[in-house]
Design a protein around this ligand. Structure first.
Ligand code: 13P
Length: 260
């Protein structure tokens, strides 16, 4: 992390877990374990139906509510979809796009992810854009080419002003929900590479200011080392974000000196 130039963010991704009735008790337990002074933004991305509950319960614990997906369309006859304006209306400040589970199970491609990121920006929501390689791609030494393509495609047509509202999350697919974390060196290498891709498109200053998160089996034990890397500005946490004590330990791991 380098808190001098960019915001540290710990974001939970609840995926399709929890119930609305569980939001308030979760936040109460989280609040009891969270440090008093803030060293990062704490975000919880819930299923869309719980965002309003999170906005309400999270207010006093300074937890920011986020969503996990959005429609690329503004409004209209798109049964089952939720628009960016609708998410903004209930108080979502962040929204994940391009998670590998959506790419895999819902056939989302980079063009769609780009359209969704733009829809969010137009509604004033910060997109958390996920990128990551498969194990096969890593073994074939294609990691950085693949990630560079994903980052470029997701940011296509987004100007430097809008980039300030974007967050990138590096989530190697092989590390998601597997208990197999990327080593701090592996994660740092890719996050540094992502910043270099952004630098090439936007220049040094915007690249220095963008928060890049790591996700994939981040937990209370490995968070400190991962977050100690200069280009890892936070985490996108699945499993451990469902446990208030574990999640608060990850938040605490952001209280370390900035590195460059
Ligand atoms: P896990 O932390 O459960 O590996 O999930 C990571 C993730 O997919 C967050 O978006």
């Amino acid at each position: 992390m380098n808190k001098k130039y960019r915001k540290a963010i710990i974001a939970g991704n609840w995926k399709m877990n929890m119930l609305s009735s569980g939001v308030k008790p979760f936040i109460e337990e989280l609040k009891a374990n969270m440090p008093k002074s803030k060293t990062c933004d704490v975000v919880l991305c819930t299923p869309a139906v719980m965002v309003a509950n999170m906005v309400k319960a999270g207010k006093d614990a300074k937890v920011i509510a986020g969503a996990q997906d959005v429609s690329k369309y503004e409004k209209g006859a798109y049964t089952g979809e939720v628009s960016a304006a609708q998410l903004a209306d209930i108080g979502a400040k962040y929204c994940i796009v391009g998670h590998s589970e959506r790419r895999q199970y819902h056939g989302e491609d980079d063009m769609l992810i780009n359209a969704k990121a733009k829809a969010l920006l137009a509604a004033g929501i910060n997109p958390i854009i996920c990128v990551g390689e498969s194990l096969e791609q890593r073994e074939m030494d294609l990691t950085m080419e693949h990630i560079a393509y994903q980052v470029k495609a997701a940011l296509s047509g987004i100007d430097a002003t809008a980039l300030r509202h974007c967050v990138i999350a590096y989530e190697p697919i092989w590390a998601i929900g597997t208990g197999k974390t990327a080593t701090a060196a592996q994660a740092q290498e890719v996050c540094e590479g992502i910043r270099a891709v952004i630098r090439k498109i936007y220049g040094a200053r915007p690249a220095r200011a963008v928060s890049i998160l790591y996700g994939g089996s981040m937990n209370a034990k490995n968070a400190f080392e991962l977050l100690g890397q200069p280009d890892i500005d936070g985490g996108l946490i699945g499993g451990a974000s469902l446990k208030p004590v574990d999640f608060s330990e990850i938040v605490k791991a952001t209280a370390q000196d900035a590195k460059e």
